[in-house]
Write a protein that binds this ligand. Structure first.
Ligand code: SAM
Length: 453
């Protein structure tokens, strides 16, 4: 039995759409398990499950499998994401419908639920910067974005204020703010144990700081999407009013079918938001709103940088990619990447201001005449689909992911993408009589698997 904090329940009485007994009842049930399919890694699997109403690629599973033991999870065929937060994609889609070639910042992005979703909604000419200030969490974000496989999604690990220096740079900034987490009580016992009114107040102050820091980086007429997994007015409506009180903003209102069960709210200053109660939707507690920036913001004119494209890298590693127009650059001491041509100037500018974890597609490193392909290429949707590879069964896939002997029959020599259900998992190098496993050590499944074969 989950006992909800009385202080929270009392506060929620003021909130439109709150039904105390239904809310308490919903907390006695386990949260639904949902996933979002990767539209660019279609495998036909899991498609038949029930759809999340506001997300075409969202599916409810009837039970929670051990995702670690599913090789399709490791190849980025789907992302395990709570259903309510998939509404972020719906909102964004309604707002940017016809927009191409835009810059989006997902400011608080780890572990990557919203970023992987946004990546699926943007066109190739758009750029997504997924940022996470906590370095250890940025590593997980990097892995999840790598699995999702887009070259136009980059990962940074910066404090929000570092982006404030980019005046009028982004078309969209998504701030899925750190919050008191009341919306996750069913999934996260710690959120329940640690909840307090005092913490709500601290979170509210931090949310204001984050938004004030990031505000200059948004273009005039750009969109700020603000979300929390808290029900508290202080972290939701009051933040919208704080925005309206401190900046020139306009509300962004989208139509939603009543049967979805989402509660539309309006803050005192007339800004619309959308609240998800677990007794009204098949999902967890969530709050989201979008505002348009109306105040004049001078877009800084940045110098044009000289192209860093290196034809020698293209000569060696070009075969890895399907797109012949990509740029091939040395982006670090031992790092070589491919970028979409139209993002090169962004790279030159941003690398002076922020700490990159991942830019474009990591290609690997030269080794004499050979090229050691990066793990990322095997997972990339931008890789050449004709790269040599082997299709493995589940047992072999799990052995590969554990970096164990894979029991495969002799194959011809060279680099091979290991594919499961047609999707890349990583690389092996065949020496004829044996194969070397090139799965990065930190990607290895550490879980004991007793019934691997
Ligand atoms: N958007 C993510 C997703 O969909 O998977 C979830 C983000 S979570 C709600 C909030 C994130 O903000 C956490 O990853 C947390 O580490 C980060 N964070 C914590 N303090 C922060 C701060 N002061 N500024 C920016 N981000 C912060």
């Amino acid at each position: 039995m989950i006992n909800l904090p009385e202080e929270l329940l009392a506060e929620l009485q003021q909130i439109n759409g709150f039904d105390k007994s239904a809310f308490i009842e919903a907390h006695q049930h386990v949260a639904a398990t949902s996933i979002r399919l990767n539209p660019l890694k279609k495998s036909g699997l899991l498609e038949e499950h029930k759809k999340v109403p506001w997300c075409n690629d969202g599916r409810y599973l009837t039970e929670r499998p051990v995702f670690t033991l599913d090789p399709t999870y490791h190849s980025g065929v789907y992302y395990v994401q709570e259903a309510s937060s998939m509404f972020t994609g719906y909102l964004l889609q309604q707002i940017i419908k016809d927009k191409k070639g835009i810059r989006v910042l997902d400011l608080c992005a780890a572990p990557g639920g919203k970023s992987t979703h946004i990546a699926s909604l943007l066109d190739r000419d758009s750029l997504l910067i997924s940022n996470e200030v906590i370095r250890a969490r940025a590593t997980i974000l990097d892995e999840n974005m790598t699995r999702w496989g887009h070259m136009n999604t980059w990962v940074t690990a910066n404090d929000p204020r570092d982006f404030g220096r980019l005046q009028g740079y982004f078309d969209v900034v998504v701030t899925d703010a750190p919050c008191s987490g009341s919306g996750l009580f069913r999934k996260d016992k710690r959120a329940l144990e640690e909840w307090s009114g005092a913490n709500v107040q601290l979170c509210c102050e931090r949310q204001q700081r984050i938004l004030a820091d990031i505000w200059p980086s948004l273009k005039q007429d750009g969109i700020l999407i603000y979300a929390t997994c808290s029900y508290s007015l202080q972290e939701d409506e009051d933040i919208l009013d704080w925005l309206a009180g401190n900046f020139e903003v306009e509300t962004v209102n989208v139509a939603i079918p009543a049967e979805w069960g989402i509660v539309k709210i309006e803050s005192k200053n007339g800004i619309c938001g959308y609240r998800f109660f677990p007794d009204k939707v098949n999902g967890e507690g969530f709050f989201i709103a979008a505002v348009r920036k109306k105040e004049p913001t001078k877009e800084e004119l940045y110098p044009r940088f000289k192209s860093g494209h290196d034809p020698k890298i293209k000569q060696q590693a070009g075969y890895l990619l399907a797109d012949d127009n990509a740029l091939f650059m040395q982006t670090g001491k031992e790092e070589y990447c491919a970028l979409n041509t139209q993002h090169e100037q962004d790279w030159h500018l941003l690398q002076k201001l922020v700490y990159f974890r991942k830019t474009g597609l990591r290609l690997g490193v030269p080794a004499g005449k050979d090229w050691i392909p990066a793990h990322d290429v095997a997972l990339s949707i931008d890789a050449d689909t004709h790269l040599p590879g082997i299709e493995v069964n589940r047992d072999q896939a799990l052995r590969f992911l554990k970096r164990e002997e894979m029991n495969i029959e002799a194959i011809d020599k060279g680099w091979k993408v290991v594919r499961y259900n047609g999707q890349g998992l990583g690389w092996i190098k065949s020496l004829g009589n044996r194969v070397n496993n090139y799965l990065p050590k930190h990607w290895r499944i550490r879980m004991e698997i007793t019934d691997i074969s």
